[in-house]
Design a protein around this ligand. Sequence first.
Ligand code: TTP
Ligand code: MG
Length: 417
Amino acid sequence: MRTHVLMVHAMRTIFHIDLDAFFVAVERTLDPSLNGIPVVVGGLPGGRGVVACASYEARKYGLHAGISLGQAYRLCPHAQYIPGCFDHYLEVSRRFLGILGEYTPFMQSMGLDEAYLDMTGFESLYGSAEGIAAVMKRRVREELRVTASVGIATSRVVAKVASDACKPDGLLRVPPGQEAAFLAPRPIRELPGIGEKTEPVLKRHGLNIIGDLARTPPTTLRRILGAWGDVVWRSSQGLDDTEVAPAGDPKSISRVTTFGEDTMDLPLIRGTLRYLGERVCAEMRTHGMAARAAVLHLRWDDFTTITRHRTFPRPVRSDEAVYEAVEGLLSRELAVEARGRRRKVRLIGVGVGQLVREIGQLTLLGEEREDRLAKAVDAIREKYGYVAVQKGLTHHLRESFPEERGKYLLRTSALSR
Ligand code: TTP
Ligand code: MG
């Protein structure tokens, strides 16, 4: 008698859910006159930053995230340009992820407006996978007043391509067994992992659609792309057993901002540095983490960009420790500059890195006191807004930046992890 050993690889149900034109969608909840017209979040026309988010109406003119505002303005001068307010987006993002978390603990957020959910086995509980997705979409629409698109498939990679393919406000399920057929006719650029660098390389080899990749022997792709070629080949067949793993602790947190005009106003530069540092530290503390390194980001008016690190002998979590470190790094750069080219500062940013879980053994008395103080300040600001408690260093920022809901309104700064 022959025994068949069946390798049963449980079929998974993976969702990829992503909000549509997220920053613009949030702005539209605040100002409905922005509905239905081209909108750009990232800066004012003629501004100096880049497009963070272009509405679908603006995308028709070739606008997309990452292009300079100058270029955006040339392509679509009649769009509404908005500096944006990161804290609003963060707030909506928290609520969005909160809604998703009500349906499954197997969730991995991939940024502010995007998450993978492993809904395997939950279908029967809620009816069908499409049924759950429809409920999530409805709740997001009703409670947050923005729209989401959902892709459902047996793997992350196919779910992601599906959600992109059905945007905006879409819901698309790729049935089990249909993965390769679904992917085959789509341009290679739609496959996660193929970006603006890889795309032309593959195209030079005559590989234009995902089906071309699927038909290419893996050894050939390995020759073109190195070890990555194997992943691309597997993805092109819809094969991906990467699990949906809850994101771990952030490894770093940073905030940068571009000044309204290039500047050598030292109190403004230092005050901004202090402000960004305090915001970064507060975020770090809410994660219950401490930093082994502080990072200064600086861009001069000729676009030269530098990053300088300082590591700490023991993890720190106070505003003071981080500010002292980045201020030291800044002063060194400024001193060199004063003797040399005398450029002005275009952008400044603060990061904390090599984050570790707070271990409750920051034993130096002074640090402990600072620490208690920082937490008390966080609590007050949580309640009354950032500007309720200010050090001399940031107080004068009120002359340079508008205030909103108790916070300084900086140009939409990138918060990255
Ligand atoms: P995405 O989900 O990539 O884009 P989106 O939500 O604007 O549009 P889509 O409907 O295609 O999903 O990014 C989410 C937000 O992250 C976006 O609204 C703004 C921000 N972002 C940037 O700040 N810079 C960037 O380069 C990108 C891609 C996004
Ligand atoms: Mg999105």
